[in-house]
Ligand binder design. Structure first.
Ligand code: ATP
Length: 345
């Protein structure tokens, strides 16, 4: 089922939690809503689910205007981080619950419910555990039961709010891979909320980066990491350095001095680059600073550098340097970005 979100606004009192949000989700896509706390991710997910309604704008499920339809009418499945299973019900009873409570006219026969539950157990790889109670399962198994329960009603779209948030890092990673495979097998349109960029970049077909109730960028992991469209996205995803620069007749000036890199345009801007996108340089027209710390990573090193700033606090920059490059604590170092982006103004 494809979903179209048109110019959604959501106010709580006078506070706009979402402000003119538009998004098209293709049928079968796996979409991550990524952003800092308070950016509006959960609000958007709840509006798609029908747990809340927009102040303005529409939500279409296919050609149907679902903006004011209830959760049941929309037929969505959702899983929340804290979405507790029913403790007094077995795994099988939990999964079958949504079917069992349907009105008699649409409720499947008992044997059919049993068949569907066993199919779902198989799908989430929990066959054999159907008689267990939630407190006899691991956290990861419980989340898989929650997913199976959401899937049981054959939802048109699956909505997950930080589904792995409460789990430890290792289980989280396993479930992440598992969810990707599960999605590829079942092909459900899926939207999940996360504030973990690694999770979003690894899992999603497209990542929706949100900030302050607005969508900043929508794109693949490569798009948002390699081609961030705004200063916010550049600094929110991955590591980066930001320096104020001036463009003058095709050259880039920092503190009035040329940097040995070129870019068309005139006037002030903010230059962003990533630690891995620099090279050490002996040239006079390069950035220069003092090494204040040096950390060894697996195959490389990170040098922390302070660039003097005319009596103000120095600019702090982190760059990746080759393992055997002569970089010494307290010494001066010269380097240049090899890839950068300048946002004008
Ligand atoms: P987190 O990652 O912390 O869950 P989020 O990106 O999901 O954050 P939302 O929960 O969507 O953010 O909240 C967006 C903004 O709307 C926040 O400033 C929040 O305080 C506000 N908000 C959310 N729900 C309500 C509500 N029911 N009443 C008033 N304000 C609300």
């Amino acid at each position: 089922m494809d979903v179209k979100i048109n110019n959604i606004r959501k106010e709580f009192g006078r506070f706009p939690a979402l402000n003119d949000v538009s998004l098209k989700i293709a049928s079968g896509e796996l979409i991550a809503l990524l952003g800092p706390s308070g950016s509006g991710k959960t609000t958007l997910l709840r509006l798609i689910a029908g747990l809340d309604f927009p102040t303005a704008g529409q939500i279409f499920f296919g050609d149907e205007d679902a903006s004011h339809h209830s959760v049941q009418e929309r037929n969505v499945g959702f899983v929340f981080q804290s979405y507790a299973l029913f403790r007094h019900m077995t795994v099988a009873e939990n999964i079958g619950f949504g079917l069992k409570v349907r009105p008699a006219s649409t409720r499947p026969a008992k044997a059919e419910i049993r068949r569907r539950v066993s199919e779902l157990l198989d799908m989430v790889q929990l066959s054999g555990l159907e008689k267990r109670y939630p407190n006899q399962l691991s956290g990861g198994q419980r989340q898989r039961v929650a997913l199976a329960r959401a899937m049981a009603i054959e939802p048109r779209i699956l909505l997950l709010d930080e589904p792995f948030g409460a789990l430890d890092a290792k289980v989280r990673k396993e479930l992440r891979r598992w969810l990707r495979e599960f999605h590829d097998r079942t092909g459900h349109t899926t939207v999940f909320v996360t504030h973990d960029q690694e999770e979003a970049l690894e899992l999603a077909d497209r990542v929706v980066v949100m900030s302050q109730g607005k969508i900043e960028q929508v794109g693949s992991a490569d798009d948002v990491y390699d081609r961030p469209s705004s200063p916010f996205v550049f600094s929110f995803i991955g590591e980066s350095t930001q320096l104020p620069v001036e463009l003058k007749s095709g050259t880039v000036l920092f503190q009035g001095e040329p940097l040995g890199i070129t870019e068309a345009g005139e006037g002030p801007g903010q230059m962003f680059f990533r630690p891995e996108d620099v090279e050490l340089s002996q040239a006079y027209d390069a950035l220069s600073g003092k090494v204040t710390a040096c950390r060894r990573l697996a195959g490389t090193r990170i040098a922390e550098i302070d660039i003097a700033n005319h009596g103000h606090a120095p600019y702090h920059v982190e760059i990746e340097v080759p393992l055997h490059a002569p970089v010494e604590l307290g010494s001066d170092i010269r380097f240049r970005p090899t890839r950068w982006k300048i946002f004008r103004g």
